[in-house]
Design a protein around this ligand. Structure first.
Ligand code: MGD
Ligand code: MGD
Ligand code: SF4
Ligand code: MO
Length: 765
C-alpha cells in the first residue's frame, strides 16, 4: 500500500461573496425573460451558430433527449421547440466551446483548482482526454485509454474482496451504458452500486413499491389534461421541471385545479407565461395555483392526516367522499388507517402544519367532490427522516379517493436526471433481485453475487473505514452531491483509486483517492459514431416511456469515448478475455446491448425495433390496477407516524434546495431570479419575525451550524435575506450547505440523506 503525502485540497472551495443584489421575488415563471436568459446562456457558451443549429433538435423525434430533467416530451413535439430555459442552460453547459485539456491541467494543480468555487470549476469547460493523477502528485497528466484501463484493472485485481469496489452511477447514463455497467459490476462480484437516486427519489421507490407494487409513478403526460385536481407537494417545477408548467396550464384550461403544498410560494407555481404561445408573451399568462398551503418544513404528514380526517368526517355524513367500491376491491388496511386517523386531534395537526384552517377547508371541499386527482412530488417529500412515510401518506389519500388506474389520476414522483429512472430499470441497484440474477445467469452464463450491496450513505462509511478501496463513478459529482462534505472527502481520499467517467470538470476530480483517473465521455448532444455511422441510445422518462436519443454535434474532442465503450474497455482489461462475456464487442455494439436488455429486463421485449419509432411505455401494474404482487393481492394503506423534531429554543430546520441557476452541483450562474436573489449563492432565506428575534438585519453575515452526534459542523459566510418562509424554517442552497448534513442521518428504510430537514443554529459573525 502506498503511503504518499496527503494533497492540500479543499472539499469546499471559495466561500467569498460575489456581490449580491436583491429584488422582489417574481410573480410568474417563463415568459420573455426566460427566452432572453436562455439564449444569453446558449450564445455565451456555444456561440450563435451552434446554438441555432442544436436547439431545434432537442427533444424532437430524430434528435437528442434534453440532458436536463426527466420530464417527458409530448408524443407529437411542437416544431417550435420543446424545451425550457433550464433545458437550454443544460445543453449550453454540455456543448460549451471551452475546453479543459492537458494544457489546463499542466497550468493548474488540483490544490489550486480546489480553492475555486464550484461555479468557476464548472465553467472551465469540457474534459478532452484521459488524465491521471498519480500518488503524491498534484498535477494531472495525460494517459492513453488503454493505459487508464490497465490502471483500473490492476487496482480491481488487487482488492481482497470484490466488495472493496464501489461503483456509483449518476442519472444521465443511457440504458445501454447503465445495463452494461451493472453487468460488469456483477461479473466483478459485488452489488455495491450506489446511485444518485439513493439521495433523491429512493424514498419514493420504497414507499410506492410497498404500497402499490411498483417503485415508479403511474400517470402519463396526457393525464394532466384530464385531471380535476393536481396537488404539487414539495416540488418546484418552475425551476426544476419547467415544462411541467405547460401540463399544469393545460389542466387549468380544462377546468382542473392546482393545489401547492410548500413552505415557499414558488414563482413557477403562481403564474405561467408560456413562451410557446402568443398569449404567454403578450398577456399576463395563466394563474396556476388555486390554493397554496404554506406548510412548515417536514409537516406534510400532519397536514395530510388533517385533510384525510376532515374528508372522513364528510364521508361519514355523505357516504360518497371516499370511493368505497375501490377501497373494497383493491385495497387492504382501510379500517386500521381510519383508527390511526381517529387517534389524532384536528387542533394538534393544524398547529403542527402551521397553516390557516380556512385554507385547508377549501382544499378538503375540493377533494371531496373530485376523484381525478394527481399527486406530484419531489425532494420536499423524499429528503427527510420520514421521507418514506411522507409518500405513503400521499398514497393513502389517493387510495381513499380511488384516484389510481383511471385517466387524470395517480402518482407522479417527478424524477430528477433525464435517465435516472431508466438506469434503475435496467439494473443499477444495490439490492439483490433474484429474478434479475437468474436472468443474467441464463443469458450470460455467470452467477451474479447475491449479497446486498452498499447504497450511497453506506458506501461513504465503508470508504471512510477503509473497507472499500476503489471508487468508480459513471457520471455525477459524488463529493459535492453527498452529505457531510468533509467526511465524504476523507472517505474518497482513503481510496487507493478513484475513477470518474465525466463530461465536465467538477470537485470530485480534485478530492480523490491516491491515484485518480478522469475518463472523458461523449455528452447527449454529441454525434456518436461507429465506423462512420451514427448510433443512438435509449432513455426512460419520468413516466416510464422508453425512447431513443441521437446526438448530432461534433464531439468536444476526438479523444472522447462513449460510456458503453469505456465500460467495455475497463471490463475487457480486467477479465483479459477470461470470461463468458465478450466485453469489448458488447461495449462497442449498442444493438447487441439492446438485444441483451430485451432478454434480461422485463418489458423491454423488441427494444431494438420499438425504440426506433416514437418509443413505448413500460408495463405499469398500477395503470392496470393489478396489485397481485402485494400481500393479499391488494394495494396497501399505511400507518404513518408524525415526524419528530425536538428543537431547542435557538434551533431551526433548514432545507437545502436548488436555485434557478444550477443543475445539482453544476452551477449555471449566480442568480435565483424567481426568488429575487442575484449574483450570490451564499444566502439564507429567513422569516422576518425570526430575524428580529435574533436581532438580524437584512444582509447580515452569519455562519450556519449543525450538531449531530456531538460533532459540530459549520458552513461559513451566508447573507441573511428576509423571506416569506414559515417561522422556525430556513432555506439555503446545496452543495454549499452539504457540510452541515450528517452522513449517518438519513430516511428510515430508503437511506436518503435528510437534506430538507437539517437542524441548525445561526450565529452572527
Ligand atoms: N434546473 C434544474 N432542474 C433540475 C435540477 C436542478 O438542480 N436544476 N435537479 C434535478 C434533480 S436531480 C431533481 S431530484 C429534481 C429536484 O426538484 P425539486 O424537488 O423541485 O428540487 P428542490 O430545489 O430540492 O426543491 C424542493 C422543493 O420542495 C420544497 N420543500 C422543502 N422541504 C419541504 C417540506 O418539508 N415539505 C414540502 N411540502 N415542501 C418542501 C422547497 O421549498 C422546494 O420548493 O430536479 C431536477 N431538475
Ligand atoms: N444538500 C443536498 N444535497 C443533495 C440534494 C439536495 O437537494 N440537497 N439533491 C440530491 C439529488 S436529488 C441528487 S440526484 C444528487 C445529484 O448527484 P450527482 O448526480 O452525483 O451530481 P450532478 O451534479 O448531477 O453531476 C454533475 C456531473 O455529472 C457529469 N456529467 C454530466 N453529464 C454527463 C453525462 O452525460 N455522462 C457522464 N458520464 N457524466 C456526465 C459532469 O461531469 C458533471 O460535473 O445530489 C443530491 N444532493
Ligand atoms: S423540462 Fe426538463 S427535460 Fe424538458 S426541456 Fe426543460 S430541463 Fe429539459
Ligand atoms: Mo435528484
Amino acid at each position: 500500500m502506498s503511503t504518499t503525502k496527503k494533497r492540500n485540497v479543499s472539499p469546499i472551495g471559495s466561500t467569498e461573496f460575489t456581490g449580491i443584489q436583491i429584488k422582489e421575488p417574481a410573480t410568474y415563471a417563463a415568459g420573455i425573460p426566460a427566452v432572453k436568459i436562455a439564449l444569453q446562456h446558449a450564445f455565451k457558451e456555444m456561440g450563435v451558430v451552434k446554438s441555432l443549429h442544436v436547439l431545434p433538435k432537442m427533444n424532437q423525434k430524430e434528435g437528442f433527449d434534453c440532458p436536463g430533467c426527466a420530464w417527458p416530451d409530448p408524443d407529437s413535439p411542437s416544431k417550435l421547440g420543446e424545451y425550457c430555459e433550464n433545458g437550454v442552460k443544460a445543453i449550453a453547459e454540455e456543448a460549451t466551446n471551452k475546453r479543459v485539456d492537458k494544457d489546463f491541467f499542466a497550468k493548474y494543480s488540483v490544490e489550486e483548482l480546489s480553492m475555486w468555487s464550484d461555479y468557476q470549476i464548472g465553467k472551465s469547460g469540457r474534459l478532452t482526454e484521459p488524465m491521471i493523477l498519480r500518488p503524491g502528485q498534484i498535477y494531472y497528466e495525460p494517459i492513453s485509454w488503454e493505459g487508464a484501463y490497465e490502471v483500473i484493472a490492476k487496482e480491481l485485481r488487487a482488492v481482497n474482496s470484490p466488495d472493496e469496489g464501489i461503483f456509483y452511477t449518476s442519472g444521465r447514463s443511457s440504458n445501454e451504458a447503465a445495463f452494461l455497467y451493472g453487468l460488469f459490476v456483477r461479473a466483478f462480484g459485488t452489488n455495491n452500486m450506489p446511485d444518485c437516486s439513493n439521495m433523491c427519489h429512493e424514498s419514493s421507490g420504497v414507499a410506492l413499491s410497498q404500497t402499490l407494487g411498483i417503485g415508479k409513478g403511474s400517470v402519463k403526460l396526457e393525464d394532466f389534461d384530464k385531471s380535476e385536481v393536481v396537488l404539487v407537494i414539495g416540488q418546484n417545477p418552475g425551476t426544476n421541471h419547467p415544462r411541467m408548467l405547460t401540463a399544469l396550464q393545460k389542466c387549468k384550461e380544462n377546468g382542473g385545479k392546482v393545489i401547492s403544498i410548500n413552505p415557499l410560494e414558488e414563482a413557477g407555481l403562481i403564474r405561467f407565461k408560456n413562451p410557446q404561445e402568443i398569449k404567454g408573451v403578450i398577456s399576463s399568462g395563466t394563474a396556476l395555483t388555486d390554493i397554496h398551503l404554506q406548510v412548515k418544513i417536514n409537516q406534510d404528514v400532519p397536514l395530510l392526516k388533517l385533510i384525510i380526517k376532515k374528508l372522513k368526517r364528510l364521508d361519514e355524513r355523505q357516504g360518497d367522499v371516499f370511493d368505497h367500491e375501490f377501497i373494497k376491491t383493491y385495497t387492504q388496511g382501510y379500517d386500521k388507517l381510519l383508527e390511526d386517523i381517529d387517534a389524532y386531534s384536528e387542533t394538534d395537526l393544524l398547529a403542527l402544519s402551521g397553516i390557516e384552517g380556512d385554507k385547508i377547508n377549501s382544499v378538503v371541499e375540493l377533494l371531496a367532490k373530485k376523484d381525478k386527482i394527481i399527486i406530484c412530488w419531489a425532494m420536499g417529500l423524499t429528503q427527510h427522516k420520514n421521507g418514506v412515510d411522507n409518500i405513503k401518506e400521499s398514497v393513502n389519500l389517493l387510495l381513499l379517493k380511488g384516484s389510481l388506474g383511471k385517466p387524470g389520476a395517480g402518482t407522479c414522483p417527478v424524477r430528477g436526471h433525464s435517465n435516472v429512472q431508466g438506469d434503475r430499470t435496467v439494473g443499477i441497484m444495490h439490492h439483490v433481485s433474484a429474478e434479475l440474477n437468474a436472468s443474467i445467469q441464463n443469458t450470460f452464463g455467470f452467477i451474479p453475487p447475491d449479497k446486498e450491496g452498499l447504497d450511497t450513505v453506506h458506501a461513504i462509511q465503508a470508504m471512510h473505514e477503509k473497507k472499500a478501496k476503489v471508487f468508480v463513478a459513471l457520471g455525477g459529482n459524488f463529493l459535492s452531491a453527498a452529505s457531510d462534505t468533509e467526511y465524504t472527502a476523507e472517505a474518497l481520499q482513503n481510496c487507493e483509486l478513484t475513477v470518474a467517467v465525466s463530461t465536465k470538470l467538477n470537485r470530485s476530480h480534485l478530492i480523490t483517492g491516491k491515484t485518480a483517473l478522469i475518463l472523458p465521455t461523449l455528452g447527449r448532444s454529441e454525434l456518436d459514431t461507429k465506423k462512420g455511422s451514427p448510433r443512438f441510445f435509449t432513455v426512460e422518462n419520468s413516466m416510464g416511456k422508453v425512447h431513443q436519443s441521437k446526438g448530432m454535434l461534433k464531439p468536444a474532442s476526438d479523444q472522447l469515448r462513449s460510456e458503453p465503450e469505456i465500460i467495455g474497455g475497463i471490463a475487457n482489461a480486467y477479465f483479459r478475455g477470461d470470461h463468458s462475456v465478450n466485453w469489448k464487442e458488447l461495449g462497442e455494439n449498442y444493438e447487441l446491448i439492446r438485444e441483451k436488455i430485451e432478454r434480461v429486463i422485463k418489458g423491454f421485449e423488441n427494444l431494438n425495433a420499438r425504440s426506433k419509432g416514437t418509443g413505448f411505455y413500460l408495463p405499469n401494474n398500477v395503470r392496470d390496477l393489478d396489485f397481485s404482487k402485494l400481500p393479499n393481492k391488494k394495494a396497501q394503506f399505511s400507518i404513518c407516524s408524525l415526524p419528530e423534531h425536538d428543537l431547542k429554543e435557538d434551533e431551526f430546520i433548514l432545507m437545502t434546495i436548488r436555485s434557478h441557476d444550477q443543475f445539482n452541483t453544476t452551477i449555471y450562474g449566480l442568480d435565483d431570479r424567481y426568488r429575487g436573489v442575484y449574483n450570490e449563492r451564499r444566502v439564507i432565506l429567513m422569516n422576518k419575525g425570526d430575524m428580529s428575534k435574533l436581532a438580524l438585519e437584512p444582509l447580515d453575515i452569519v455562519d450556519i451550524r449543525s450538531c449531530y452526534n456531538d460533532r459540530d459542523r459549520v458552513a461559513h459566510n451566508f447573507l441573511v435575506i428576509p423571506y416569506n418562509i414559515p417561522s422556525g424554517n430556513l432555506a439555503s442552497y446545496f452543495p454549499e450547505t452539504n457540510v452541515l448534513i450528517p452522513y449517518n442521518h438519513y430516511a428510515k428504510e430508503s437511506h436518503t440523506p435528510i437534506s430538507k430537514s437539517v437542524v441548525v443554529r445561526i450565529e452572527k459573525r
